[in-house]
Design a protein around this ligand. Structure first.
Ligand code: SF4
Length: 500
C-alpha cells in the first residue's frame, strides 16, 4: 500500500526549487474521498478523528467533521492531514455531541478551497442536515444548471452541494422521502453519510461503485466507514457492507434499511482491490491483501519469465509481488528501500540535484540486484513516468535484465466516478501497445494481468461480458452509468466568479 500521507513535494524555503519526494506515488490514480459516521457515542468526535486518520490514504488534501449535540451542529474543516489538524483537546472539545460525520478529501469535482471541504451543512425546512460524499456524480453539472436556472445559489463547486439542493427543493414531505427523491435524480457513484437532528444515514448508489461498510462498537453504537480499517482503529466490529442501492437510517430506535431503487446488478470498483483500499481492509467481503496476492499469482501464471529475483515497487506493489514470487517459485526480495524520514529540506535548483529526487525516498538495494535478472511488480501504469525511473534505477544498480509485471490490465480510460485520472490521451496505455510501452519505459519485457486474470483473483471464473460483475471502465471503457456531463461538454460550467 502506498503511503499517500507523506508530502508529495519538497519546496525549498526560499522558493528555489520544487522536487518530488514521493516519486513512486506521483504517477498513480488518486482515490478521492473517505467518509465516516458514528451515532450515539460519548466520544463521537474523537472516534471520527481516528476513523478519518485510518482513511487518510483516500484523501490528503483536506478533512472536515460535523457533530450534533442535541441542540446545534458544530463543524471544523481544515486543509491538510487529519493528524496535523485534529490533534488537540480544544479541537475535540469544539466538536461536542454524540453524533458525528467526517470526510477526508482529495479534490475531484470542485477545486481545493476550504469552501469545498466536506461535510456540507444546510438548514432545511426539516432542520439541520450535514452530508459527506465519496464518489462523483456524472450529471452534477446538468442538474446544477437546472437548479441555478430556478434560482438556487451555490456556495461551493462541489457536486455534493447539488444533492443538498435537490433534497431542499424536493416536494416530498418527509426528509427520508426527500433524500430518496434526490438520490433518484443523480447519476454516477456515491457513498454518502448524512447527519440530521435525530438520525445518521448511510447510502450507497445502486451499482455500489464506491465502498461503504457498517460496523458496531461493543456498546451497540453504529458506525459507517469507507473501509473496515476505520472500524479496526476504534475497536469496532465489521457487521457488513452497506448494500448497493441501500439506504440505512440509524436512530435512537435502532437501524432501518430501505432499498428504494430498481434493482440492478452491482458493479463495485475493481480498482479498490488493486490499489485504492488499504491492504488490511475487507472490501466486497474479501481481504484486500489476499486478493492482491492472488492477483500476483494470476499474473505469474500468465506472464512469468526466467529471473533470479522478484522485486516489488513499494509499497503498493508488495502484496502482488509476494503472490507472484510464491507462484513462480522465484525469491522475493526488497530491492528498493524506502526512506521514511523525508521532510522539508533545502534543494539546489540544478538539474543534477532535481534528477536525484527519486532517491530522496527510494534507493535501489544493490546487493539484491547486481548481475541479476529482475522481475519488478507494480500495481499499475498511468502516465509511465514512474516506471521509467524505476527501470532506470534497476539498471543503474546493475540488473542484467529488467522485466516489468503489472497487477492490473492496461489503464486505457479515465474514471468519472470519483478517482483522479489524467485525461485519456495522457494515459500511456491509451497511446501505445504493450511492446511500445516496454520500449518507452526501457524494460526488457512488460506484461499486464489480463482482465479475466484480474476477475479470477477477485473470486470470479472470468469477466461476464454481458453483465460485468465489477466496474472496470478504466481498463475496458465499459462505463456502468450514463456520462451526462461528459456529453454536455465544458462550455456551460462557469457559475461562480469565486476562485479557489
Ligand atoms: S473507472 Fe476504474 S477507478 Fe473508476 S470506478 Fe471504475 S474501476 Fe474504479
Amino acid at each position: 500500500m502506498m503511503d499517500k500521507t507523506a508530502p508529495s513535494t519538497l519546496k525549498d524555503l526560499d522558493g528555489l526549487d520544487e522536487i518530488s519526494t514521493n516519486p513512486f506515488d506521483d504517477d498513480k490514480l488518486k482515490e478521492e474521498c473517505g467518509v465516516f459516521g458514528i451515532f450515539a457515542n460519548d466520544d463521537a468526535a474523537a472516534h471520527t478523528v481516528l476513523g478519518l486518520h485510518a482513511l487518510q490514504h483516500r484523501g490528503q488534501e483536506a478533512a472536515g467533521i460535523v457533530t450534533y449535540d442535541g441542540k446545534q451542529f458544530h463543524t471544523q474543516k481544515r486543509m491538510g492531514h487529519v493528524a496535523d489538524n485534529f490533534n488537540s483537546q480544544p479541537m475535540i472539545e469544539s466538536l461536542p455531541g454524540r453524533n458525528a460525520i467526517g470526510h477526508v478529501r482529495y479534490s475531484t469535482t470542485g477545486g481545493s478551497a476550504l469552501r469545498n471541504v466536506q461535510p456540507l451543512f444546510a438548514d432545511l425546512s426539516s432542520g439541520g442536515f450535514a452530508v459527506a460524499h465519496n464518489g462523483n456524480l456524472t450529471n452534477a453539472w446538468a442538474l446544477r444548471k437546472v437548479l441555478v436556472d430556478k434560482g438556487a445559489i451555490f456556495q461551493s463547486t462541489m457536486d455534493s452541494e447539488v444533492l443538498i439542493h435537490l433534497i431542499a427543493t424536493s416536494t416530498y414531505l418527509s426528509l427520508a422521502d426527500r433524500v430518496i427523491d434526490a438520490l433518484r435524480r443523480i447519476e454516477g457513484a456515491y457513498s454518502v453519510v448524512a447527519l440530521t437532528q435525530d438520525s445518521l444515514v448511510g447510502a450507497r448508489d445502486p451499482l455500489g461503485v464506491r465502498p461503504l461498510v457498517l460496523g458496531q462498537l461493543a456498546d451497540g453504537c453504529y458506525i459507517f466507514a469507507s473501509e473496515t480499517c476505520a472500524l479496526d482503529i476504534i475497536g469496532a466490529e465489521y457487521i457488513r457492507d452497506v448494500e448497493p442501492g441501500e439506504i440505512i437510517t440509524i436512530t435512537k430506535d435502532g437501524l432501518k434499511s430501505d432499498k428504494p431503487f430498481n434493482k440492478v446488478k452491482a458493479r463495485p470498483c475493481i480498482f479498490e482491490h488493486v490499489y485504492f483500499s488499504r491492504p488490511d481492509s475487507v472490501t466486497d467481503g474479501k481481504s484486500v491483501y489476499t486478493v492482491r496476492k492472488d492477483i500476483g499469482k494470476e499474473l505469474a501464471k500468465e506472464s512469468s519469465v526466467d529471473a533470479e529475483v522478484v522485486i516489488p515497487v513499494p509499497d503498493s506493489g508488495t502484496p502482488a509481488a509476494i503472490g507472484f514470487a510464491q507462484e513462480a517459485g522465484i525469491p522475493f526480495e526488497l530491492g528498493i528501500i524506502r526512506n521514511h524520514y523525508v521532510g522539508r529540506t533545502f534543494i539546489e535548483p540544478s538539474d543534477q540535484i532535481r534528477n536525484l529526487g527519486v532517491k530522496l525516498k527510494h534507493n535501489a538495494n544493490q546487493c539484491e540486484i547486481k548481475g541479476k535478472r529482475v522481475i519488478l511488480v507494480d500495481d499499475s501504469i498511468v502516465r509511465g513516468t514512474t516506471s521509467i525511473k524505476i527501470v532506470d534505477m534497476m539498471r543503474q544498480a546493475g540488473a542484467s535484465e529488467v522485466h516489468m509485471r503489472i497487477a492490473s490490465p492496461p489503464t486505457t480510460n479515465s474514471c468519472f466516478y470519483g478517482v483522479d485520472t489524467p485525461e485519456k490521451d495522457k494515459l500511456l496505455a491509451s497511446r501505445m501497445d504493450v511492446e511500445a510501452m516496454a520500449d518507452h519505459i526501457g524494460a526488457d519485457s512488460l506484461a499486464f494481468i489480463s482482465i479475466d486474470g484480474l476477475y479470477r483473483a477477485v473470486g470470479e471464473d472470468s469477466r461476464d461480458n454481458d453483465t460485468p460483475q465489477y466496474c472496470d471502465a478504466c481498463f475496458t471503457g465499459d462505463y456502468p452509468t450514463k456520462l451526462t456531463d461528459q456529453e454536455l461538454g465544458e462550455d456551460d460550467r462557469q457559475y461562480s466568479f469565486l476562485t479557489d
